[in-house]
Design a protein. Structure first.
Length: 314
């Protein structure tokens, strides 16, 4: 990001200073641009603009020098991605020269939690090639960071890699059917389901539909969805030109309306599901077109197992 785009970004944020401002620093790897992040936050503070932020990082650059400067970011939490313990992680996340990254990241995590009170979320990314990674990481952190888990500074969660866009040619991604069977097996073994929440919540609008959520890249292009980044035709505004299209913004909020779809209106989980991803609903992702809630087709299959898990004798 150039100095000019930074200045325009700060001016843009200052125009909305009466609103609650929250910034997520993400990439790629945001710490590659830490000097720019630091400069943006320093100027926001100088202008007495109230803001909070969080960061999604792989943790490899989170060294002590950067940790000492994190206060200025007003961080609510940092999320670090791990694919498993060293044996697994280092097969999947290596440096350009082939060097492993797990032990370096763990050392950076140790410095972060010992030098700051910033909450840390460990996100374990799983597919069929590392199915035990969540339990492996949980055991590792219980053995090495129990103090920080106990006081709540570290939390561990997970996400599954799914083939939404037909990119998976090796069958490594989890399908809906895989996740359904996994949760059914867990419930039948008196274990908590990892995918299906016990009490489904009302789906809230994603950033594409929220009028105050924007994604801004290093060139000052403004988007309404993270998946649009890097595709300038999808931008809704441009800081360099000082433009913001009300027509495009209104389309994101009111277009692709699930209430205009017979399939949605006649569905037994609508509108609790929120209508699914508004972008996916207008694309053909082939056999993996899965914008609908998993409850739509699988509720009758999972309910008996939930019932037995919750109410049968343990």
């Amino acid at each position: 990001m150039s100095d000019d785009i930074e200045s325009r970004l700060i001016k843009f944020i200052s125009l909305h200073r009466q609103q609650e401002i929250h910034i997520t620093w993400f990439g790629g790897e945001p710490l590659l641009g830490f000097d720019r992040i630091y400069s943006i936050c320093k100027h926001l503070r100088q202008l007495k603009i109230k803001f909070a932020s969080d960061m999604i990082t792989n943790g490899s650059l989170l060294n002590e020098s950067i940790i000492q400067k994190l206060d200025i970011l007003n961080l609510k939490y940092i999320q670090i991605s791990l694919d498993g313990i060293a044996e697994t992680h280092d097969k999947r996340r290596i440096f350009n020269n082939g060097a492993p990254s797990f032990n370096l990241i763990i050392e950076n995590i140790r410095k972060l939690v010992s030098l700051t009170d910033i909450p840390l979320s460990i996100k374990v990314t799983m597919d069929h090639t590392n199915p035990t990674s969540l339990s492996d990481i949980t055991n590792y952190f219980n053995n090495n960071f129990s103090e920080y888990l106990r006081k709540g500074q570290i939390a561990i969660s997970h996400n599954y890699v799914r083939d939404r866009t037909d990119f998976d040619k090796s069958g490594n991604c989890f399908t809906h059917e895989d996740l359904l069977k996994q949760d059914q097996d867990a419930l039948r073994n008196k274990e908590k389901a990892l995918v299906y929440p016990e009490h489904p919540n009302l789906a809230m609008p994603c950033m594409f539909r929220c009028k105050n959520s924007l994604a801004i890249d290093s060139k000052g292009h403004i988007y309404k969805c993270l998946e649009h980044l890097g595709v300038p035709n999808n931008k809704v505004g441009d800081l360099a030109k000082g433009t913001l299209s009300l027509e495009k913004l209104s389309e994101t909020m009111f277009g692709h309306n699930p209430f205009d779809s017979d399939e949605c209106v006649n569905c037994n989980v609508f509108p609790i599901c929120g209508g699914g991803c508004p972008i996916d609903r207008n694309k053909n992702w082939g056999k993996n077109k899965k914008y609908c809630s998993m409850y739509k087709r699988n509720l009758s299959e999972i309910l008996p197992d939930f019932y037995m898990y919750k109410y049968s004798s343990r």
